[in-house]
Design a protein around this ligand. Structure first.
Ligand SMILES: Nc1nc2c(c(=O)[nH]1)N[C@@H](CN(C=O)c1ccc(C(=O)N[C@@H](CCC(=O)O)C(=O)O)cc1)CN2
Length: 294
């Protein structure tokens, strides 16, 4: 079997186009321009690329984009003061602090300072708790993207056996909750799980989000399973250059799986598109408007 490739680039482009249509409608009918503020602390090269892409895609969708770049040695009090200012700014409907933060800053304190109604990353404990309780919440973007990609293959996930490898607050934990909301049966695994290959072999849906290059091998995969790779690992090649690989051994797993996401060009593409969705939803909720159609 050769797996169908789930094209994140195409699916993300379609989603961004639907967001742009809804943004235009909300501007026309309600004179509201959704606004996203992104805060970047320091100069991590990958984070700089992601923040630039957020800025470009936010503007392309017709939203207002506010970028705040702070030095790596910024005092925590100053960062908190900026967040407080953004919380009060009526033109800002979404606030995102790019992660990881420099070690000198306490990530939990920073995230907790964001108004939960503007927390388009879905990381504030109010949103994480609401998601875990099965209530409406702003949910983290990458897991949202994983669900959309999975549903491009399976209209319903009800009763399917899913395994999530990884338990981070950004991906693994919220993904488990989103899968439960879809009525999937979910196994949560992580770096210390025993018998990982056997656990995977039972799964119809495999999500790898551990940050270990090509860890998941063909022998772990049930034939025909849908495999979603969240890993973004940079492996050094010649001349100081790097190449991107996921957490799935793509070539060999493609021979067994029914459908698979590539890296790059899979889940990563969905992260920013889902951020636009969350910003639009937050703007509508903050203005008491009906939920947008996306
Ligand atoms: N506050 C947050 N910080 C981080 C998040 C997040 O959701 N919120 N996620 C990641 C980084 N990230 C967005 O912030 C992100 C990662 C990957 C991509 C992407 O488009 N990947 C491409 C490859 C790009 C490349 O060459 O590096 C792909 O997979 O096709 C977009 C956004 C950590 N921080």
């Amino acid at each position: 079997m050769t797996a169908r490739i789930i094209d994140g680039k195409v699916i993300a482009a379609e989603l961004r186009a639907r967001v742009a249509e809804e943004v235009a409608r909300v501007k026309r009918e309600h004179q509201v321009t959704p606004g996203l503020a992104v805060v970047l602390v320091g100069n991590d090269p990958a984070s700089e690329v992601y923040v630039r892409s957020k800025h470009t895609q936010t503007q392309a969708a017709g939203m207002a984009s506010f970028e705040h770049k702070l030095p790596a040695d910024v005092a925590q009090a100053n960062l908190l003061a900026l967040i407080e200012k953004l919380n009060r700014d009526p033109t800002v409907h979404g606030i995102l602090v790019q992660l990881p933060l420099p070690k000198s800053l306490h990530t939990e304190t920073i995230i907790n300072a964001i108004d939960p109604a503007k927390d388009v990353d879905g990381l504030h404990p109010n949103n994480a708790g609401r998601l875990a309780g099965g209530f409406a919440a702003l949910s983290p973007c990458t897991p949202l993207g994983c669900i959309i990609l999975t549903k491009s293959v399976h209209a319903s996930l009800e009763g399917m056996n899913a395994i999530v490898i990884g338990r981070s607050n950004l991906v693994g934990r919220p993904l488990v909750q989103l899968l439960l909301n879809e009525n999937a049966t979910v196994t949560i695994a992580h770096s210390r799980s025993k018998d990982l290959p056997q656990l995977c072999a039972r799964a119809d849906l495999v999500y790898a989000a551990v940050g270990k290059p090509e860890m998941v091998r063909a022998g772990w995969i049930k034939p025909g399973a849908t495999v979603i790779d969240v890993g973004i690992n940079r492996l050094p090649i010649a001349d100081g250059k790097t190449r991107l690989v996921g957490d799935i051994a793509f070539k060999e797993v493609s021979e067994v799986a029914g459908a698979i996401t590539p890296v790059p060009g899979g889940v990563g593409q969905m992260t920013v598109a889902c951020l636009l969705v969350n910003t639009l939803r937050a703007a509508c909720a903050l203005h008491g408007l009906p939920k947008p159609a996306v």
